[in-house]
Design a protein around this ligand. Sequence first.
Ligand SMILES: [Zn+2]
Length: 847
Amino acid sequence: MPGTNLTRDEAATRAALLDVSSYAVDLDLTTSDSTFASTTTLEFTCREPGSATFADLVDATVHEITLNGRSLDPATAYADSRIALDDLQATNTLVVRADCTYSNTGEGLHRFVDPADDRVYLYSQFEVPDARRVFTTFEQPDLKSVFTFTVTAPESWKVVSNAPTPEPVAQGDGKAVWSFPATERMSTYITAIVAGEYHEVLDTYEGKFGTIPLGHYCRQSLVEYLDTDVLVELTRQSFEFFEEKFDFPYPFHKYDQLYVPEYNMGAMENAGCVTLRDEYLPRSRQSRSFFEFRASVITHEMAHMWFGDLVTMKWWDDLWLNESFAEWACYWCEAEATEYTDAWTGFANARKQTGYRADQLPSTHPIAADNVDLHAVEVNFDMITYAKGASVLKQLVAWVGLDAFVAGIRQYFKDHAFGNTEFSDLLAALEKSSGRELTSWAQEWLQTAGVNTLAPAFELDADGRYSSFSVTQTAHPDQPTLRRHRLGIGLYDDVDGALVRREYLEVDVEGGTTDVPALVGKAQPALLLLNDEDHAYAKIRLDERSLATVIDGLSRVEDSLARALVWGAAWDMTRDAEMATTDWVRLVLANIGSETDAWGVTKIPSSTALAVNRYSAPENRAGLQAEWEQGLRGLLLDAEAGSDHQLTFARAYASAARSDAAYGDLQGLLEGSFTAEDLAIDQDLRWELITALARGGRIGDAEIDAELGRDNTISGKEKAAAARVAQPTAEAKAAGWSAILDPATANETSREMVFSIFRSDQDEVVAPYVEEFLDAAPTVIDTLGFHKASVVLEYGFPLAVGSPSVVARLDEWLAASPDAPTGAVRYVGEARADIARALAAQERDAR
Ligand SMILES: [Zn+2]
């Protein structure tokens, strides 16, 4: 469907021609379970009367098109997801009456029926180009307009949009009409409609610029899990922080946060109408990192109200900036305004790692991607956009200084309110506020791909003092750029059993070698930590002495951020086959029990499970799996009663179980015959235990069905689907794969199955899916839609059976498939790189 793939040039041409005065969108959500009625009245001006353009509308049945009173025949004017508009006048009125389609993919207007009570819930999701699945649009961010929504729905429903919710007017037939006031000027992609039998809790925030009404919404079956007090507190803290720092009043009239089902992402910054995945309202015990992440999502979306919604990118070339800024700002806010004061440690332990990983894949790209059309936007919207982008902004803040950065941002909001910008506008504001030239900085950081590695190089004199010291910088040969880094260096000594920082300095690193004369004459510390304080975006290496210090003593470093950098460095060395997997596992088992950072505790065991199963030498694997399994059992039993550590180790033990004794423990946890003190075996933990037993072939469909009988909810159905496909049988894999490829399977159910189906130690039944995957890859985007297909392509390759012959097969496929869709080629390339990395690590572990 090339008509859906709007190009940057087409958008620029249309923006040069038109100004959009208003949209009036009339939706009737009572017409059927599969479609809804959508009538759009668009008022716009044209700079060249007599010329032609087009409007966008996808997957619709168009009944009537009227342009300036002239009727256009839908059979000819509506083709290829576009409505052709000719003979434009200086001012124009376009009316399009159509039926549009509900989705089950989380794109457009998603329709969900709750299995718990059969209630209906709808929500829209429009970024990047999906407002055109719900009404007729000029679908590009720089054609901002005001929007007036009128919605007909069952009178028992709530209906929420960007503008304050009006009193519905009953129609006498069980239906009512909500006539919303006009919105502020905004882009189509941040408009929203949420409707259904949602539960509503209203509140307010009293701020320095006045009162903001707050709303929180969720499904009726989740009401008991809506922890409004906590959510309102976080929302107020974030408003207070951003209104102060940005020195600009919140630009919209109210702020609703709606927790919605089967959501593809974390959340979406619809102006004044933020949607979030309702898994963020947990029904079972979750660890602190879960709540820390949820807080970062709440603050991230709020930051977008200014950066993204008030001031919006002109075209998707600057999507990276939109996301990177919100990402950086959310951790800034969390650390300074909420209880999560060590949020930057969590960033280093979790989010930043995803950026490093993405940047070492063959699919890496410059942060500022060249998004010539919407397909390019989809392909380039990844962890480079979010995690690397935020890391590099963090480095930019260190480079110009926080005060200058904030001053620049404040001016930028004032200068461009309700308008559209490009990155150069922000850079100009920051150059002015900081007095630093930033164009060349932006060039080396934003327009090139890849991550540098920084390592210490030194000589010691007879007294153990540095007689020379420098930082060396290297780059992968495929991405050879060396960059400028503002870098902290910490020296830690052994003092009474603790590793204490004796000295800290910051240097500007540039080129292949940067001498650090300030360290000459200083005694070599027990631990020398490059990138202490984590300003830089770079992989770091530990020297031999430092590595020996941390393997048995990492937990003796008091500062959680310094520990996060060490964890990260050791993990990089393991991934890069510079440290044996066996040593990594021992580092983790010796130190994870006393790690205090919430993200460190939850993330590191999952990285370790990957290492045990895929990075260990084949001849060491069974032994290492047993060491890991038994180590986790010990950690579980030693953990403080009721602690996050205990919960995390229980989950990790379930997924590490390979022995009869361990499976017996899992059964015992379910039945109560084996316990850890104060460990609640709640519904979500029960599913983790059941999935582990199913994976091991210890239970089958009957036990999974029985559990579903206890938990007849959408979560229960999704978890049951994941447990079924985990079973080590050819039938389970075949049924699972066919459900994953079935367009009728809802997005979140499909996602749960993708993550569960291809397990380690199931080679015989998993191996056939190398070919099945390659067969499906070229067509899934067309059959499943972009989001569902992306999950299948990114996470659905059976990496567990990676071997040299699989690498060869993928090379052969890539060579033979020059015309395969970009997404398919990308993820096959990533799978190949991932397996090659695992094979190298296995070789290192064998030594
Ligand atoms: Zn965002």
